[in-house]
Write a protein that binds this ligand. Structure first.
Ligand code: DX5
Ligand code: ZN
Length: 229
């Protein structure tokens, strides 16, 4: 079976108890922490920055932290995330004037680099930088908010990205972000994704007593992934 990773998006976590929320999803079997950074400029919402990433590290989080930057410009803030303990730093090609330089900067600082593609952004931005990315992140919703519906055209785009990765021979993760649920994760994996961001599906899951229930939803994701052909 492929090396599937589940990446809860803390955008849907309870920010007043963030350290505890991250501990709990990791304890329930999540693999990496998806960290959504929004600037109210590149996207119409405002979230968290390097201080919060550093706070999670100081809290004792040792799992990979996958920083998804929805900010413009990107180069000024990349070193701050590297210093704050980011593992992956990904950005949108529209947000950097010099994509190759920004990717190089992320790797120079010891982090893994990645490009993020909005639903209407073509994969051709990858043509000359496949050797410089560790992660390709396809947005299956328009960025800015959790809880939106998966855009079905992303399945064909996943297949195209999977082909590009396999033909390149490079070790690149293919991540999907937006509207991932228990009832669609299997077909998303079959289209080629190996890393699955899920925000509302995980953090809004409740048991019969209305308490958070990360175990059940993560187990359901794993059961679906185990059936992937
Ligand atoms: C949207 C963010 C996502 C978001 C996903 O801009 O990049 O990571 O939190 O949320 P769900 O899983 O609820 O679609
Ligand atoms: Zn994200």
């Amino acid at each position: 079976m492929a090396d599937f990773q589940i990446a809860p998006s803390i955008l849907s976590a309870d920010f007043a108890r963030l350290g505890e929320e991250v501990d709990n999803v990791l304890k329930s079997g999540a693999d990496i922490v998806h960290f959504d950074v929004m600037d109210n400029h590149y996207v119409p919402n405002l979230t968290i920055g390097p201080l919060v990433c550093e706070a999670l590290r100081n809290h004792g989080v040792t799992a990979d932290i996958d920083v998804h930057m929805m900010v413009k410009p990107v180069d000024r803030i990349i070193p701050d995330f590297a210093a704050a303990g980011a593992t992956y730093i990904t950005f949108h090609p529209e947000a950097s004037e010099h994509i190759d330089r920004s990717l190089g900067l992320i790797r120079e600082l010891g982090c893994k680099s990645g490009l993020v593609f909005n639903p209407a952004t073509p994969l051709s931005h990858l043509d000359y930088v496949m050797d410089k990315v560790d992660m390709i992140l396809l947005m299956s919703v328009n960025p800015g908010f959790g809880g939106q519906s998966f855009i079905p055209a992303t399945l064909d785009k996943l297949r195209a990205a999977r082909k590009m990765i396999d033909e390149s021979g490079y070790d690149i993760r293919l991540e999907i972000d937006g509207g991932v649920k228990v009832n669609n994760i299997k077909e998303i994996a079959e289209a080629g994704a190996d890393t699955f961001v899920a925000g509302s599906a995980i953090f809004n899951a409740r048991d019969e007593n209305d308490a958070n229930d990360y175990d059940t939803v993560l187990k359901a994701f794993r059961e679906q992934l185990a059936q992937v052909k």
